[in-house]
Write a protein that binds this ligand. Structure first.
Ligand code: SF4
Ligand code: SF4
Length: 163
């Protein structure tokens, strides 16, 4: 698969993110929540750099891709709320069998803690159900953490609250 294929499909793959050094090493993933910045285009933006209280994200030149210091990232999710492209997520695979995925949510309704919501892949495919375990609001964006089966850790990238 070409590194550029996301331009024709409109959807980045894990392989492409790995090639762009945007996926943390397995050892870091296993330690606890960590940011996944799915920002593959060299667009003039660096909002995530200032949003991070740990200085874990750097962009050397505003037209370059973000670089992440995985060891500085605490997985707090603040940057998730500030990315205008809704391109930042937090993944936690430190617990057995389960994964915790944190996504931005700018639709109504907003789920409540403990709710079961539909979890969606990058292309909007329904993957199943997830349980809401954490919610906070920042920058007029809801940041929602859902518990999902471990195999969905790198697949779930949005939620849908069915009425
Ligand atoms: S999750 Fe928190 S610590 Fe990690 S990069 Fe984002 S803002 Fe920084
Ligand atoms: S804020 Fe979002 S779109 Fe802007 S550079 Fe960071 S990850 Fe990319």
């Amino acid at each position: 698969m070409s590194i550029q294929s996301f331009r024709s499909t409109g959807m980045i793959s894990i392989e492409e993110l790995r090639k762009l050094k945007l996926i943390p090493p397995e050892e870091r993933l296993k330690k606890g929540p960590v940011v996944i910045v799915e920002c593959p285009e060299k667009i003039p933006c660096n909002i995530c750099v200032d949003a991070c209280p740990q200085n874990a994200i750097t962009i050397k030149n505003i037209n370059e891709l973000p670089e992440i210091d995985w060891n500085k990232c605490t997985g707090c999710g603040t940057c998730v709320a500030y990315c205008p492209g809704l391109a930042i997520f937090v993944v936690d695979i430190s617990k057995p069998n389960k994964a915790y995925v944190t996504v931005p949510h700018e639709f109504l309704p907003v789920p409540k803690l403990g709710d079961e919501v539909t979890v969606l892949s990058r292309d909007g495919t329904k993957l199943g159900k997830g349980k809401v375990v954490k919610i906070f609001e920042r920058n007029r964006t809801w940041v929602i953490t859902v518990e999902v089966p471990r195999e969905f850790a790198m697949e779930v990238r949005a939620i849908w609250v069915e009425k």
